[in-house]
Every structure is written in C-alpha cells, then in structure tokens.
Write a protein that binds this ligand. Structure first.
Ligand code: GUN
Ligand code: ZN
Length: 427
C-alpha cells in the first residue's frame, strides 16, 4: 500500500496558523508529496508548481480541514455508550468495569478495537489520545490496528491495582515491566506515541503511582494521561485516600506526571492552587462536554482555563461521552460555556479541534494545520449533507456563520472522506 501519497486536492480549505489567525482559502489547491504538505494556496498559485505526475482529487465545493483531534477517548467502552442513569463512580462499576474485562479475550478485543478506530475516522478524527483496557494484549491490538490504518495516536495500557474488579487489577510490580515492554515495542513505531496511563487516583495504590512515576523518569519524553476532578463524588475520596496531598492534582504532581504534553481529562472541580500548578507546568486539560453533561458531572470553566493560559483540547470521552463526533462535542462545549456566560465561538471550536488540540497533545510539529512539511491528515466536509443544513445555509452571510452552523448541526453525515498522510481511508 502506498502510505506516502502524492496528490493534489482541489477544494475550499480552512486552517489556523495561530489561535488568532484563521486562513480560509476558496477554490484552493493542496499539494501533498510523500504524505506531507508541499504547498497550499489558490489554484492559480499552486498549479504552476505541480509535478508532471500526481493524482488530482477534485472536491470543489467541499470544505477541507486538518483532521480533527480527540484529546480523550476510551477504546474499550463502545458497547457501553448510552448506558442509563448513573453518575461517574456507579457508572464505572455498573457498566464499564464489566465491559472492560471482556477485553481479555483477544478476538473480542480485536473486533471491538477495529470498530472503535473506524468510528473515529468516520467522524473525521485523525489523531486521538486513547485509553485501552489494562490488558497488554488489547493495548497491542490497539497499536497494531492504528499502525494498519496509519493513524497518529497517543495511548498506553490503562493501569489499575485497586478499587476495581480483581481481573482489571495489575500485580503492582508487573505494572512497570508490562508498560516497559509495550514502550520498547511500540513507542515511535509509525505514528504511535506511548503515553503512560494511570486510570485515576482512586484505582491505583501509591506503589503503582510510584512505579508509573519511575517509568516517566526513565522515559522523560513520554507524557502521562489520566482523569482529574471530574465528579464531586470523586474528589472527597481522593483527599481521604491521599491525606498528605494538598489537593487532587497534587497526587499526580507528587509522582512527576505534570508537564508539557501531559493530559488531564475533565478538571471541573479545581481549586485555585490546582489551576496555578497546571499553568506553571503547562500541563494540558482535555474538556469533555458530552461526558460531563451525560454523567451529570458538572460544568467545565473554560474562562479560567484561558485566564491561566493552560493548553486545552476537546475530548469525546466515549463511552461516558455519547458521540464520537468532534462536531457534536464542540456543540456541547458551546452549551456548557453558554450556561456560564462564557464566549465560545466557532473559530474557538475549530481551533481546538485542529491546531489547538495538536498543541495540547504536543503534536503540533507534525499535525494541526496545512503548514509546509506537516503530515497531510485532513477531512473533507460536505456542509450540505442534510436537508436541514442545506436549508440553513441559504441564510449565511460569512464564514463564521457557516462554521457555527457546521459546529451546531454537524456530525458524521458531514464527513465525506478522510485522508491520512494524503491517502484516502476507506470508511
Ligand atoms: N474516571 C476514571 N475512569 C473513567 C472512565 O472510564 N471514564 C470517565 N469519564 N471518567 C473516568
Ligand atoms: Zn475518560
């Protein structure tokens, strides 16, 4: 299979050079060489430079974005999406832990994980930070399938050793070895970034958190991803379990998890000291609005995140989140912000889904926009994919209005095709 395509694509393009610089090119041409962006501009600007041999993809009238980024999603919860009526801790016990145990079965794991990755791509997500189960085999399957698709992913086995069914708990000493084996086999293979993944403070002993901290010291280039302060009912037990910690985040700080590229999902009930510490360490927050509304967890304060200048991405958090679509995720982020009188424009949203998300995941050297040399992961969007959207866009005055309609009404029906390093994926 040709993994590093040479193509030119004719369409409208939208991307960000920075948070405040949005570039919108009508009737443009994107030239991809060896899977990377070679040139982008108007048809007239780019055409003279095209080589003799290339494949032209004519997507005139469609809008092309850099691939969307999902900053937090579980590969092993698809079959529990939309499970009724519980809040975080009960929801985990009732629906999630029983399901995650099934990933011990290699056959089940492979079928589910293939389905999961396909859902991501169908929704225009080309990069994701992913939690698999605690099983090394299921984690390997995630990596193998991502390699087969040529997807950029951040993931590592999900570590637990208490307050979960025994079948989901590691032997604490084995944690280090199992992670190390996976790192040696998969980190930096294709576009895999191994990410150290303690599930959350409640499901790890101090010994396991320490082992993962030691791992981080041995592999300082690796980031850590986990959950923090998602639910009120979770914060008090954490304080009781870790009485020496100043606050919830301090548990993670103690073991050296914070820093650029590390990913803290949710961050709803933070104290001022925690906001400050995230800012000082430039640790990223992943805001998961569909999940926070679905579980009744609470409202993330995006304004504080801006005030403290903390890197931010959006996450679907499936299965607590109830959609794989980052468009639907953005529309719920709008509503969470609106409830608190916080501005969240379509520009804000599409920045987070592309360059902003890439920065939060520390992947912006490779992806996030159409700068020359970046990997050509992109999504071809049909704004008029539904009758309602066709009707609505008869009353559009500018690109911001169009983007807002796409953000509020869009979903997988708008994703016409998806390219990974210039190669069209069969979805
Ligand atoms: N906190 C710990 N585990 C989980 C999980 O699987 N989903 C969510 N939303 N929160 C968690
Ligand atoms: Zn989660």
């Amino acid at each position: 299979m040709n993994r590093k395509a040479n193509i030119a694509i004719k369409a409208d393009f939208l991307h960000f050079l920075s948070e405040s610089e949005m570039v919108y090119i009508r009737n443009g041409l994107l030239w991809v060489e060896d899977g990377k962006v070679k040139m982008i501009g108007s048809v007239d600007e780019v055409s003279p430079f095209l080589p003799k041999k290339f494949t032209l993809k004519d997507e005139s009238g469609k809008l092309v974005f850099p691939g969307f980024i999902d900053g937090h999603v579980h590969a092993v919860q698809t079959q529990a999406i939309a499970s009724y009526g519980k809040q975080l801790l009960d929801w985990l016990e009732t629906y999630i832990f029983p399901l995650e145990q099934k990933f011990e079965d290699e056959h089940f794991a492979r079928r589910s994980i293939k389905f999961f990755l396909n859902q991501l791509v169908k929704n225009g997500t080309t990069t994701a930070a992913i939690f698999p189960s605690r099983h090394s085999i299921a984690t390997s399957i995630l990596f193998e399938e991502a390699l087969a698709l040529n997807m950029r992913i951040l993931a590592g086995k999900t570590n637990m050793d208490r307050n979960a069914p025994i079948a989901l708990c590691d032997d604490t000493k084995q944690t280090y070895i199992d992670n190390q084996q996976l790192i040696n086999k998969y980190h930096q293979k294709g576009r895999i970034n191994y990410t150290i993944t303690p599930r959350f403070a409640i499901t790890s002993t101090e010994a396991q958190l320490q082992a993962l901290g030691d791992l981080k010291k041995s592999y300082p280039q690796l980031a850590v991803q986990t959950h923090v302060s998602e639910s009120r009912n979770e914060v008090d037990p954490v304080k009781k379990m870790f009485p020496q910690a100043k606050n919830y985040l301090d548990v993670y700080d103690t073991y050296g998890y914070l820093g650029k590229g590390s990913l803290m999902a949710h961050a709803i009930f933070l104290e001022d000291d925690e906001w400050k510490r995230l800012s000082e360490t430039q640790t990223s927050i992943i805001h998961c609005p569909t999940s926070n509304l679905f579980l009744g967890s609470g409202l993330f304060n995006m304004q504080k995140c801006r005030d403290y200048n903390i890197p931010l991405a959006l996450g679907s958090d499936v299965g607590a989140g109830n959609s794989f679509s980052m468009l639907r995720t953005a529309s719920e982020a709008y509503k969470v912000a609106a409830l608190q009188n916080i501005e969240f424009t379509a520009r804000n949203a599409f920045y987070l889904l592309t360059l902003g998300g890439a920065k939060a995941l520390n992947q912006d050297d490779f992806i996030g926009n159409f700068e020359i040399g970046k990997e050509a992961d992109f999504v071809v969007v049909d704004i008029g994919a539904t009758e309602l959207m066709q009707e609505r866009i008869t009353n559009i005055n500018n690109i911001d209005e169009l983007l807002f309609v796409l953000m509020m009404l869009g979903d997988d029906r708008n994703i016409k095709s998806v390219y990974l390093q210039g190669e069209k994926v069969n979805i």
